[in-house]
Ligand binder design. Structure first.
Ligand code: ZN
Length: 207
């Protein structure tokens, strides 16, 4: 499909095939889960404050898509090399190249407060794909807003954009970018909006 007006989105066929993965279907251990950073708030992974400078070329569940495709507002490849930030505090549980359809991929795991969960929190993962560069290694702890990579094209497969997913899962795997069912994915846009911290001026009202 030819992208219109420079709207970069993932090539469907290429990304549908599962790709080989070093740590196939590794499940996070109880100890790993217990020591995951508690992410108290999340923010968009690119485009400045509240993602003001990005648009979502292919939102969650559009044409079976399992993530959001975030693009710089300049379109085409104007966002190539733009910084990609950790959406929330977490630990790097994957940093590598699972297959050609994905390019460079980083997966972070986070503990997220959920009062209705048995332990008061659940494990979520944020997934950043097609990256030009990866700046973090597996096992590293990252803070929200830390630069972890840069926007890429998966080696020229797509126009530059960030394929961004949020998964509710304790297993580590690259998966596929498209599926008939949402699987363990949730809408990244809705997740970020629901977990965005209160603005500073609300937390610290002027006297
Ligand atoms: Zn995508």
């Amino acid at each position: 499909m030819v992208p219109l007006f420079g709207l970069a989105s993932c090539g469907r066929e290429k990304e549908t095939e599962p790709q080989p993965f070093d740590a196939a279907f590794v499940r996070l251990s109880a100890a790993e889960v217990a020591t995951l950073p508690l992410a108290v708030s999340f923010e968009m992974p690119m485009g400045g404050e509240q993602g003001a400078l990005v648009y979502n070329a292919q939102p969650f569940r559009t044409t079976r898509h399992l993530g959001d495709d975030l693009n710089g507002i300049g379109g085409w490849n104007s966002d190539l090399g733009d910084p990609v930030y950790a959406a929330g505090a977490g630990r790097v549980i994957y940093s590598g190249m699972p297959g050609p359809g994905w390019g460079n991929m980083i997966i972070l795991a986070h503990r997220v407060r959920e009062p209705e969960a048995a332990r008061g929190w659940r494990v979520y993962q944020t997934v950043y794909a097609h990256l030009e560069k990866r700046l973090v290694r597996e096992g590293e702890v990252v803070r929200r807003g830390q630069k972890i990579g840069s926007v890429g094209t998966a080696d020229g497969r797509y126009l530059a954009h960030l394929h961004f997913e949020v998964r509710r899962s304790g297993s580590v795997y690259p998966g596929a970018g498209y599926a008939d069912a949402p699987l363990d994915r949730v809408s990244p846009d809705a997740f970020i909006k629901a977990h965005r911290g209160a603005a500073d001026d609300v937390l610290l009202p002027a006297p």
